[in-house]
Design a protein around this ligand. Sequence first.
Ligand code: HEM
Length: 191
Amino acid sequence: MLYSLARSRPFLWLILALPGVWIMWRWTLTPDEYGYGHAIGDTGDWAAWLLMATMAVTPVRLMFKRAGWTNWLMRRRRDLGVASFVYAAGHTTVYLVRKASPELVFAEMQTPYILVGWFALALFLPLAITSNDASVRRLKRSWKSLHRLVYPAAILTFLHWVWSAFDPTTAWIHVGILAAIEIVRLILQRR
Ligand code: HEM
């Protein structure tokens, strides 16, 4: 009973929502300690981490083919992707609330790292909308082709991170981890 609850979709979403609740809680209730800089950084980090987790599912599955928990992980892959999008949408909301002026938002689109962020979000949007069983059935083979957009979207996301950072070391470490994940996936898929 407890085991099936822990494996259930609502429970997963409860866990996935926790960082978001924590960020909103602190940003709204303790804005002096936890201001815009923290909120934009933490929402961006969670969007990127969940994106990496989503992209790691296939290589992990290929590595541990016989383990039952990897079936569960494969079934929940779309949830992780959607959660990444939700954090990216939250990140954009934090930004829009702070700017509070369409003129300023349009003017800042001339800043390369901001423009790249918008492009990444635009690529994630169709993926998030079609991450459900009905879309998988309706789009058939084109669903897979459409979802390959995750690769350019990930590249844009990490470019955005590297460009936005004052010290890009952390961003580059994450680029390295994602590159390793992709190399492992390619090697295992070729076997
Ligand atoms: C909709 C367009 C977007 C806008 C306007 C935007 C804006 C920003 C801003 C203002 C920052 C803070 C830069 C600073 O430290 O001064 C930032 C950082 C970041 N953004 Fe975005 N962003 C966008 C899309 C995205 C997307 C789609 C993702 C991920 C899926 C993302 C992930 C990140 C990450 C990881 C950081 C670095 C956080 C850190 O420093 O720890 N952003 N973004």
